[in-house]
Design a protein around this ligand. Structure first.
Ligand SMILES: Cc1cc2nc3c(=O)[nH]c(=O)nc-3n(C[C@H](O)[C@H](O)[C@H](O)COP(=O)(O)O)c2cc1C
Length: 416
């Protein structure tokens, strides 16, 4: 009913400049009690998964860029999302690129953006985070986050950090952001893949990447000794096989906690209208779907599934999410899909995903992750053979950490 209404109103919404429409959506999200429509965070025993010691009620998250200022976190959970990644936040406020800087292509269900990390800086972001979190320490919060013993879903909170445009020493920006925000996030994403900040993507090269992450991981060990903070890296889809192999090597060597695949692409497929394709910036939505799924599959194979992946790019349906999970993603995120399918997309994808998992005979998501790379999809004995573990019961799976990632077990012990 609500979805039909959204589809009817969409042409009107699309008459409004995309950035202005985004502002209106944020305003409406604050106003409309979506929780009454969705019942809050969607969940089911099949959809629950524990990653990095955090309980995710479902694997569908809101991607970075939507809630740049961490202003509507609670409202995102009301839409049914299992987690939200706020940001990208930079240390200093900055205005970003001149407007207009977001463009839609409804025929291809795509968006091009060249935002350039506009935002009010880390102080306001932190104030908003604190407002959402209330006055609780991180250790208290972690133990009460995810699915509580009363079965109440609370949602997992990621924070995505990036460097200011005028920064000449990127490591310094990331270290400051880690210090400011590490204590408030369930996980931190190092964004080195947005195409709209000059020089940012160069940090994906082997040595700069190693240097940046080594500094971050050392600082984490110093600053947050007792509270393990998972560090994830968000990568671009525009990497060739050699570059991806090099990055996988570095990330495996440093035992990074996870990767997000992928950010927007600089590609311009032939199907796009010439006027839209001529806009500078990163392309997202349907035309990115295949490319990001392929990258997930490659990365999963390169790392033998040992680094958890959050899959993002062109997800609009439960089937899209399922394909990313089978390719190797443990969790998924959505941005552009919400623009085209409406605010209840997370709830709908969770419902559909639950059905799809069931129809394939998967007891839970854990069994589906990376199943494309195993000979017999969904066969428990195959999972057994691969990981050398007994299959878990549905109920156990919600409490257990995935068997495929040694670090995850460590993290669970430290945090849990
Ligand atoms: C308008 C817009 C702004 C974005 N801003 C950010 C951002 O600040 N940081 C980031 O890591 N990704 C950002 N992204 C990328 C998304 O998080 C996501 O990786 C990408 O859009 C692919 O997913 P999708 O096809 O579901 O949109 C942005 C995307 C869009 C469309």
């Amino acid at each position: 009913m609500f979805n039909k209404l959204y589809q009817l109103l969409r042409p009107l919404v699309f008459l409004i400049d995309p950035e202005r429409a985004h502002g209106i959506v944020i305003f409406l999200l604050k106003l409309i009690p979506f929780r009454l429509l969705t019942g809050g965070i969607a969940t089911s025993p099949r959809l629950r998964i524990t990653m990095w010691g955090r309980d995710f009620a479902n694997p569908v998250g809101l991607a970075a860029g939507f809630d740049k200022k961490a202003a509507i976190i609670g409202k995102v959970f009301d839409l049914g999302f299992g987690f939200v990644e706020a940001g990208t936040v930079t240390i200093k406020p900055q205005i970003g690129n001149p407007r207009p800087r977001i463009f839609r292509d409804p025929v291809n269900r795509a968006v091009i953006n060249r935002m350039g990390f506009p935002g009010s800086g880390v102080e306001i972001f932190k104030r908003n985070l604190r407002e959402f979190l209330g006055d609780v320490s991180r250790s208290q919060r972690i133990s009460s986050r995810g699915i509580s013993s009363q079965g109440v879903s609370k949602g997992v909170l990621g924070v995505n950090i990036g460097m200011n445009k005028d920064q000449t020493d990127p490591v310094n920006d990331y270290l400051q952001l880690l210090k400011e925000l590490g204590n408030l996030a369930d996980y931190l994403t190092i964004n080195i893949s947005s195409p709209n900040t000059p020089g940012l993507r160069n940090l994906q090269e082997r040595e700069p990447l190693r240097e940046l992450l080594t500094a971050i991981l050392e600082a984490r060990a110093r600053m947050f000794k007792n509270l393990h903070l998972p560090i994830l890296v968000k990568l671009a889809p525009d990497l060739n096989d050699d570059q991806l192999r090099e990055i996988a090597d570095v990330l495996m060597g440093l035992k990074i906690d996870g990767v997000i695949l992928t950010n927007t692409t600089l590609d311009r497929p032939d199907t796009l209208s010439p006027q839209f394709a001529a806009e500078k910036g990163g392309l997202s939505g349907s035309p990115l779907k295949q490319k990001s799924t392929q990258m997930i599959a490659k990365f999963y194979q390169l790392t033998n599934g040992q680094i958890p992946i959050i899959g993002v790019g062109g997800i609009e349906t439960a089937q899209d999410a399922f394909e990313k999970i089978c390719a190797g993603a443990s969790l998924v995120q959505i941005y552009t899909g919400m623009i085209y399918q409406g605010p209840l997309i997370a709830r709908d994808i969770c419902r559909g995903l639950d059905e799809i998992l069931k129809s394939h005979g998967f007891a839970d998501i854990r069994e589906a992750i990376g199943s494309d790379h195993r000979p017999a999809k969904g066969k428990i004995d195959t999972i057994d053979a691969l990981y050398g573990e007994q299959p878990t019961q549905q109920t156990q799976a919600t409490q257990q950490t995935p068997p495929y990632h040694a670090n995850v077990k460590d993290h669970a012990q430290i945090v849990g």
